[in-house]
Design a protein around this ligand. Structure first.
Ligand code: SF4
Length: 119
């Protein structure tokens, strides 16, 4: 099946198409970013998911977190709810794994920044 879309990465708006999920069949893109754009669309719009996790004993009540790899965006709500119901404990280092293998995806939730202990 041929899938067509307008690339929205820049204002040029190329009409890009792909057959199935084969990246070798991508046409219509004037640059590589358009190929990447449509490929992510057919693969389920993967993206690095971000959120804020409650933290105990930190200088702030929540710490910014992100997934270690891109995941399909339709998992966003489930992962955000998992992040909201978890709790990190200060101090935390940038890149520290706060949830390992979140929801069995094989991807971790990591701290996007360091957080010192309060006091
Ligand atoms: S394929 Fe490249 S040139 Fe075309 S709209 Fe996308 S980013 Fe712009």
């Amino acid at each position: 099946m041929v899938y067509k879309t307008i690339c929205k990465v820049c204002p040029v708006g190329c009409e890009v198409s792909i057959t199935g999920k084969d990246p070798n069949t991508i046409t219509g893109n004037r640059c590589g970013r358009g190929g990447e754009y449509i490929y992510k669309q057919v693969m389920g719009k993967s993206e690095v998911l971000t959120g804020r996790m409650p933290i105990e004993g930190g200088i702030m009540s929540k710490i910014p977190v992100q997934t270690s790899e891109p995941l399909p965006s339709d998992l966003r709500d489930k992962i955000l709810s998992e992040i909201n119901s978890s709790k990190a404990v200060a101090p935390v280092k940038k890149g520290e794994v706060l949830i390992e293998n979140v929801l069995g995806t094989g991807v971790d939730v990591i701290a996007s920044r360091a957080m010192k202990k309060r006091g």
